[in-house]
Design a binder for this molecule. Structure first.
Ligand code: SF4
Length: 415
């Protein structure tokens, strides 16, 4: 069924909303419109906005998105390959990890990973996103061999792989410095890295999430090492648990500072905490929030757009975490990218999310058109692959890029 076109806030709406806002909020937003990003203190004021001021924030973020990116919305055709769910790090927010002997424990061989990458390539993927748990039997060679096996089988596919935590683990096992290990992986064919495992880059908050996890300093060190050897990364935040707006603003500020130094981030992806089945929430439901509210999702994407403008101009709305409809709405309040048409996404599902698996390329095109934008299939580095202008019908080839409609998996609403 054809869904209704969403309404873009126009300049008149924006001006009215700004006039109806208190002067200090209006000043922050007007400075943002003039290209001056909010400070940490100003971002905290924006996180506290309600009613008409919140609407003014979202409309400003939409206008800044238009200034920075123009009238396009993007997506990438990718396959997530989670090569193992065995992990002993014990992060309390994660329900993906299993012990080796648990039912459902999985550890793919490098050949199986290469098989999945090849299958993805034949179905139109330009990228594979390869991540896994910190399996006790993995060593630096396993990471090297994964890249080698995929490149040997599908030389042209972009390999987006290994979180900073996995790089830390490979370094520890191989007694290597991050720069040395990352240079080797790049030479073998690693194209870029997900900037996951960031959660909240704050020492106290991280301690509450997991006792052994990579520290903020180690995360930053590995990310900077990747950028230094020429491996671009994404950047992320996981929010809506024991954190507060000040942590979000500081996190965005830190990412902005790193980007000023290295220029290596390709995008920022806010990832709302999925609380179902996690120890973090179950052990302390009075203290831990069950993920961000809908308002917080919108504010996070909008404030990221304003704070990161001119530094990280691609803001992704994750349909896996929020559902395709909410992610589409974000395209009118700061975001410009809907992420990937994933084939397998087991991490969020393991934590009980009701979204996941995949949306079709044609769904991505239709959703971006609903937001009144030209749809562009991009590659990992945001170069255009294929474009569907707003007025054009979605071609059959878009529908057929990966799956026939009968193979479509229905996407459910947020529970
Ligand atoms: S978040 Fe990653 S490192 Fe932590 S337990 Fe889960 S799989 Fe392991």
């Amino acid at each position: 069924m054809m869904q209704q076109r969403l309404t873009q806030p126009n300049n008149t709406t924006l001006n009215t909303l700004l006039q109806e806002s208190r002067s200090y909020v209006r000043d922050i937003l007007q400075k943002s419109l003039a290209g001056e990003p909010p400070t940490v203190a100003e971002a905290c004021e924006l996180f506290a906005t309600q009613g008409v001021e919140k609407q003014a924030l979202l409309a400003t973020a939409n206008a800044v998105r238009q200034q920075r990116i123009g009238s396009t919305g993007t997506f990438v055709i990718t396959r997530n390959i989670n090569f193992t769910n065995v992990c002993y790090m014990g992060c309390r927010f994660c329900n993906f990890a299993k012990a080796k002997t648990d039912e459902g424990a999985e550890f793919l061989s490098v050949t199986q990973v290469a098989d999945r990458a090849e299958e993805a390539w034949h179905r139109g993927a330009t990228e594979v996103c390869v991540q896994g748990g910190l399996h006790p039997d993995i060593d630096a060679d396993y990471y090297r061999n994964l890249i080698l096996a995929i490149k040997e089988r599908v030389p042209e596919i972009h390999i987006h792989a290994f979180s900073p935590f996995e790089i830390w683990y490979g370094c520890k096992k191989g007694r290597l410095e991050p720069k040395q290990f990352l240079s080797e992986l790049k030479a073998l064919g690693l194209g870029s890295m997900p900037g996951t495992a960031a959660e909240i880059l704050d020492t106290d908050i991280r301690r509450q999430l997991t006792k052994d996890k990579l520290t903020t300093q180690e995360w930053v060190r590995i990310i900077k090492a990747a950028h230094e050897v020429g491996i671009p990364t994404t950047s992320t935040i996981m929010y809506g648990h024991v954190d507060q707006p000040i942590h979000w603003a500081n996190h965005l500020d830190l990412l902005r500072t790193i980007q000023q130094e290295t220029g290596g981030f390709t995008e920022f992806v806010p990832l709302g905490f999925i609380h179902y089945e996690t120890r973090l929430y179950k052990d302390n439901p009075d203290h831990v929030r069950p993920g961000p509210t809908r308002d917080e999702h919108f504010k996070m994407h909008a404030i990221a757009r304003l704070m990161l403008q001119g530094h990280i101009d691609n803001i992704q709305a994750s349909w896996v975490k929020m559902g395709p409809d909410t992610a589409t709405e974000m395209l009118l309040s700061g975001a410009n990218d809907l992420g990937g048409t994933l084939m397998n996404e087991s991490i969020s599902r393991a934590a009980g999310a009701t979204h996941g698996q995949e949306v079709l390329p044609s769904d991505m095109v239709a959703n971006i058109h609903r937001a009144g934008l030209t749809a562009v299939q991009r590659n990992t580095l945001y170069q255009p692959v294929q474009t569907w202008p707003l007025a054009t019908a979605i071609p059959q080839s878009a529908t057929g890029l990966w799956y026939s409609p009968s193979q479509r998996i229905s996407i459910q609403g947020v529970s």
